[in-house]
Design a protein around this ligand. Structure first.
Ligand code: TRP
Length: 461
């Protein structure tokens, strides 16, 4: 018997789930990570692979994650173990939940540091720090922030406190209230930015860069570029670690999973593309470098804000938008951990949130130190922050995605998934089942193995 409600509460309306899940999906991944990663891999071809991954891998896996969550109605660890037990399968499936907890800690620790940059930039913009700034000045301003461990620590701490505050209040009073006004505000702010960029920047060059695929620009390491596009899809859609699973566990049984998923994936993709359209026209009209890395928006945008009339206002607004987006994503990373602590340790929500938040905060300190004091220490050529980012987006989330797809496609009985999806057993259902049984696991595994160089022995790499 599967419970029909979660002990942690339920979304009060269908809209609440969409707002929360879209709030989780839309974040720094869309506005900070998508543009700079697309820029590093030369634009159009990367964007095309990314869109293909969202459609053929992201959507079916998101449906699988929501349906597993709704069937289990518990934290990902307990959901996986109880669903596996029901089917007489190994308890080892709960490892997926454990992997998700590890991913949550790693992602949120660096995510909070980047969100901290964003917070710092709200204040800088509002204070007029961008007015008349040139490229060298902007690089120096950004470097001044990332080089200052104490300043980074202060902003990282503030962001973690914000995230803990919402999660501690619980699903319906905390998460739901927070996303209800944040998401629409975010949309409006982003549209304003795109409008400005269209009128002041080079939209033509930006559109060509983002939408005309040139596979030659993927670089020498095509396998790596494809893995990064796929990793970006997982990261942006919040897939592969249980965040969407736990949000699904608060979804009422009669809501359509297909419809919700399509809306969320559409909104998430739209925001990423809009972010590209807000940022690249300015990049090109100012002769800036699209492939300059994680600092892209923090180095290039202040130059533009510094020139535009009302730039202090628009700059502060833009970075505020990013903080809000990061906030609604951060809470979804904390939620699976907190739900597990409440279920298995008997903690109150408040205690669980504070404890999990404190652990992430500590790990975040290693991330922020890797930008300055510890910049000499690297593993595989990456500092702690870059390593956590790469390991989660390009390895752990895709691995989690394979497990979720296999569980929904092979472990859960066909009937169970058919009932849960509630779309009948027709074409749509058969296509979904084909995608999660064969296409997603095989495609994700091939892309992963190829990029890790493990297919070379078979003459495929
Ligand atoms: N999707 C969010 C973004 O794009 C980040 C995020 C939130 C996330 N929850 C997640 C990423 C779970 C991976 C897994 O910014």
């Amino acid at each position: 018997m599967s419970a029909t409600t979660s002990i942690h509460g339920m979304w009060s309306t269908r809209l609440a789930f969409i707002l929360a899940a879209a709030g989780s999906a839309v974040g720094l991944g869309n506005i900070w990570r998508f543009p700079y990663t697309a820029g590093e891999y030369g634009g159009g071809a990367f964007v095309l692979v990314y869109l293909l991954c969202v459609a053929a891998i992201g959507i079916p896996i998101m449906m699988a994650e929501i349906l597993i969550g709704r069937r289990g109605r518990q934290s990902p660890i307990n959901t996986m173990s109880s669903l596996a037990r029901q089917e007489g399968k190994s308890q080892a499936w709960s490892l997926l939940g454990w992997m998700g907890i590890v991913s949550a800690f790693l992602i949120l620790s660096f995510y909070s540091v980047i969100a901290g940059w964003t917070l710092a930039y709200v204040v800088r913009a509002a204070g007029g720090a961008f007015s008349g700034i040139d490229a060298a000045g902007s690089v120096a301003l950004f470097g001044g922030l990332t080089g200052d461990a104490e300043r980074l620590l202060a902003w990282h701490t503030i962001f973690m406190v914000l995230a803990v505050l919402v999660v501690a209040r619980g699903v319906s009073s905390g998460l739901e209230q927070a996303v209800r006004w944040m998401m629409p505000a975010l949309f409006i702010l982003l549209l304003i930015m795109v409008g400005y960029a269209a009128q002041a920047g080079d939209v033509g060059a930006a559109a060509r860069y983002l939408f005309a695929p040139d596979f030659g620009r993927l670089g020498d390491h095509v396998g790596e570029a494809i893995l990064s596009a796929m990793g970006q899809a997982f990261f942006s859609l919040s897939l592969g670690m249980g965040a969407i699973m736990i949000y699904g566990s608060y979804l009422k049984s009669d809501a359509s999973i297909l419809q919700n998923t399509v809306i969320i994936a559409f909104l998430d993709t739209a925001v990423a593309l809009l972010a590209g359209l807000a940022i690249f026209p300015i990049v090109f009209s100012h002769g800036l470098e699209p492939g300059s890395g994680p600092g892209l928006i923090f180095v290039t945008l202040p130059i533009a804000f510094g020139e535009m009339p009302g730039g202090s206002f628009f700059g502060a607004l833009f970075f505020l938008l990013l903080v809000v987006a990061a906030w609604t994503s951060g809470i979804s990373l904390l939620e699976p951990v907190v739900a597990w602590l409440v279920e298995n340790r008997g903690f109150s929500r408040v205690r669980a949130s504070v404890l999990a938040g404190a652990a992430v905060w500590l790990l975040g300190i290693a991330c922020l130190l890797s930008l300055n004091q510890w910049s000499g220490y690297t593993l595989f050529g990456k500092g702690v922050l870059d390593l956590f980012d790469y390991l989660t987006a390009n390895v752990l989330l895709p691995l989690g995605g394979i497990l979720i797809a296999v569980f929904a496609g092979w472990v859960l009985p066909r009937r169970a998934t058919e009932d849960e999806l509630g779309m009948g057993g027709g074409m749509g259902f058969r296509l979904w089942r084909f995608l999660v049984r064969y296409v997603s696991p095989v495609a994700v595994a091939l892309v992963l193995l190829n990029a890790l160089g493990l297919l070379r022995g078979f003459g495929l790499g």
